[in-house]
Ligand binder design. Structure first.
Ligand code: G3P
Length: 226
C-alpha cells in the first residue's frame, strides 16, 4: 500500500473506541474519507487488529511498535515480519508512550527497511528528531509529550517546535519527511502544522474519541490539501 504526502496517520492506541470491531469502523471511515477527498490516511491499530483491518481496507495500515527480536525462540514479542505478514506496510517506532533505547530505534529502523516496512520514528523534541534523522526513517513525527491527548494542539501551543523540527530534521537528511502530532483536533490545527512545514500529522484522540470521527477526518482531509 503506497504512502503519499501530506499524510495523516491515525494512532488507534489502546482506546476501546478503536479496538476490535471498533477498529474496523474507524478504519472504514478513514478509507471513505481518503477516497472521497484524495487525502492519504493511514491507520495504526493494535497488533491483534492489524490483520482484521488490513484485510478489509485499502488504505495503509501501520503497527504501533515492533520489537527487534529475530524470528526464533522468543516469546511475547512483535516482530516486523509478523506485522508485515498481517498486512501492515509501516510502523511507528519510539512513540512517547512506548519509548525505546536509541540502539533499538536504530535497529528497528534498519530491520524494517530491510523488510520494506515504512518507518515513522517518533520524537519528543526537535533535538531528538534531529538525532533520529541520522537513522533515516521514512518520517519523523515530533510530539511534545505534555500536549498528547490534551486537546490543545502543538501548532497552537508550541508552533516553534514544528518549524524548528522541520529545519533540524532536514538539516540532517532531506529524505526524512517531518510530521508533527499532539493535541490535533481540528482542520485549523492541521493547516497550521502544514504551513509550519510539516508534511503530515500523527493524531489519536481527536479522531478516535470524537463523537463523529468521520466529520473530523473530513476537516483534516480538506485542511491537509490546502
Ligand atoms: O500518536 C499520536 C498521539 O500521540 C497524539 O495523541 O490524542 O494528542 O492526538 P493525541
Amino acid at each position: 500500500m503506497g504512502i503519499q504526502y501530506p499524510l495523516i496517520i491515525i494512532n488507534f492506541k489502546t482506546y476501546s473506541e478503536s479496538t476490535g470491531a471498533n477498529a474496523l469502523l474507524i478504519a472504514r471511515c478513514a478509507e471513505r474519507v481518503s477516497k472521497e477527498y484524495g487525502a492519504c490516511i493511514a491507520v495504526a491499530p493494535q497488533p491483534a487488529d492489524i490483520l482484521r483491518v488490513a484485510s478489509v481496507v485499502e488504505i495503509p495500515v501501520f503497527a504501533q511498535h515492533v520489537d527487534t527480536e529475530k524470528p526464533g525462540p522468543h516469546t511475547g514479542y512483535i516482530t516486523p515480519e509478523s506485522v508485515k505478514e498481517a498486512g501492515a506496510c509501516g510502523t511507528l517506532i519510539n512513540h512517547s508512550e512506548h519509548r525505546l533505547r536509541i540502539d533499538l530505534i536504530e535497529e528497528s529502523i534498519n530491520r524494517c527497511r530491510s523488510l520494506g516496512i515504512i518507518t515513522c520514528a517518533c520524537a519528543n523534541s526537535s533535538l531528538v528528531g534531529k538525532s533520529l534523522a541520522a537513522f533515516e526513517p521514512d518520517m519523523i513525527a515530533v510530539e511534545p509529550p505534555e500536549l498528547i491527548g490534551g486537546g490543545v494542539s502543538v501548532s497552537k501551543a508550541k508552533p516553534g517546535i514544528i518549524s524548528e523540527s522541520v529545519s533540524a530534521i532536514r538539516s540532517v537528511s532531506i529524505a526524512v519527511r517531518p510530521l508533527c502530532g499532539a493535541g490535533i483536533t481540528d482542520g485549523e490545527d492541521v493547516s497550521a502544522s502544514m504551513k509550519l512545514g510539516a508534511e503530515g500529522v500523527l493524531v489519536a484522540s481527536g479522531v478516535v474519541k470524537a463523537k463523529d470521527p468521520g466529520a473530523v477526518l473530513v476537516e483534516f482531509a480538506k485542511a491537509i490539501r490546502q
